[in-house]
Design a protein around this ligand. Structure first.
Ligand code: AMP
Ligand code: MG
Length: 386
């Protein structure tokens, strides 16, 4: 049995081969950038108006209006002292503009513009290069592509993005008792829910499960299922059958398939019997079958490796130190990941922490990582944000 830190270290130490590909801008969300992006021009590329109003030359009270610039007009207009040009948001400001005055602060009488406020030089002008200058580094390699990232890359004119490929992932759930949701259930059987939770967690963090299957507690079938999926995948996830029961065949079946153990069993609650192994460039996690164990192990151990394999420059869920809203005692001798609710920078540990229970996890937005011991209200604890 190894410690949580040791297990995480063994995962982050794994050599992963990164591969690049080009994707269209609209399909780039959720990937990680394979190349540094530099601005190919100043952004904005020209001085433009932040308001609907009037571009004026000289700072005075009245001007003569001599023309108009709408957003998208490409001509060059020039102002001289005492003249104004009607302008709209995003419109290219004329040469010699001293400021743009918003239309709400003006009165117009024929061609005469009266300004109802004190103007300041360059007011309401968005300057060329005000956000980014030509050649400036915009994003580093490994940056996660969010909606705003896509927006900025698009505003720089790129319609293709160089990203790292993501791992191909497959999932096997094992257990004689498991019945897929939607089917009738006999006494002694339970609904198979782990694969749905794991596939959903993959989706939430921008990964995809290429295929999943459910296998009975049958050594040969498990062995063949592993062989088939392992051949097709970069990462194989299994749920159940990794503990010490008579029908827990997963570990042996992995060994039989040439998977080498990196670690098995972590001193933690829930999720003690987590298995992590490797075969060449392929990785295997066998997650314990209890629903809260499998999902916790996914968040804490599987996710960082998937992010690493996708070129992410930051792996794992964010961790903060935050005060407890109540006192708490963690009994036993293993550290625990406890389902918790983070509200207004304070965290409360929820009821129903058994590894077989998933309700508290569904209500949680964080996990609190505690060493065994007694904690008082306001004690700062490590909070992992889900
Ligand atoms: P195991 O790790 O196979 O010993 O399973 C531990 C517990 O988790 C047992 O109570 C199983 O019935 C339950 N379990 C295993 N796999 C699943 C699954 N895919 N969905 C829901 N519960 C499961
Ligand atoms: Mg089982």
């Amino acid at each position: 049995m190894i410690s949580i830190e040791n297990a995480l270290q063994k995962i982050t130490q794994q050599q992963v081969g990164l591969r690049k590909k080009e994707v269209s801008l609209e399909n780039s969300i959720g990937y990680w950038l394979a190349d540094t992006i530099r601005a190919p021009f100043d952004l904005p590329a020209f001085d433009n108006s932040a308001m609907d109003g009037y571009a004026v030359c000289g700072l005075q009270e009245t001007y003569e209006i001599i023309g108009e610039v709408a957003a998208g007009d490409t001509g060059n207009k020039t102002l001289v002292e005492g003249k104004a040009i009607r302008i709209f948001t995003g419109g290219k400001v004329p040469e010699n503009t001293s400021a743009v005055v918003m239309q709400e602060k003006t009165e117009v009488d024929g061609n005469t513009l009266k300004v109802l406020m004190e103007l300041k030089a360059n007011q309401n002008v968005r300057p060329k290069g005000g956000e980014l200058s030509n050649g400036q580094e915009v994003f580093q390699q490994g940056q996660h592509i969010t909606a705003a990232t896509v927006g900025l890359i698009g505003s720089l004119g790129f319609d293709q993005v160089s990203v790292f490929k993501k791992p191909s992932i497959r999932l096997i759930s094992t257990g004689n008792e498991l019945v897929p949701p939607g089917k009738p259930l006999s006494s002694g059987q339970i609904y198979e829910s782990n694969s749905y939770a794991i596939v959903s967690a993959l989706k939430k963090y921008d990964f995809e499960c290429a295929e999943k299957q459910q296998i009975k507690d049958n050594y040969n079938q498990i062995k063949e299922g592993i062989a088939d999926y392992l051949a097709k995948s970069d990462v194989l996830l299994l749920s159940g059958g990794i503990s010490v029961g008579d029908y827990d065949y997963v570990k042996e079946a992995l060994e039989e398939n040439g998977v080498e153990e990196v670690f098995y069993k972590i001193a933690q609650k829930p999720g003690k019997p987590l298995y992590f192994g490797r075969k060449g460039h392929k990785f295997v996690f066998a997650l314990p079958g209890n629903p809260a164990s499998s999902l916790t192990c996914f968040y804490i151990y599987v996710l960082p490796l998937l992010q690493q394999m996708s070129g992410a420059n930051a792996a794992g869920l964010p961790r903060i130190k935050t005060p407890l809203t109540h006192s708490f005692e963690l009994k036993g001798d293993r550290p625990a990941f406890l389902k918790a609710r983070l509200e207004a920078s304070e965290v409360s540990i929820l009821d129903g922490q058994s590894s077989s229970m998933i309700h508290s996890m569904a209500l949680a937005n964080a996990l609190v990582l505690l060493e065994p011991g007694i904690y008082n209200e306001s004690d700062n604890v490590t909070c992992i944000i889900l």
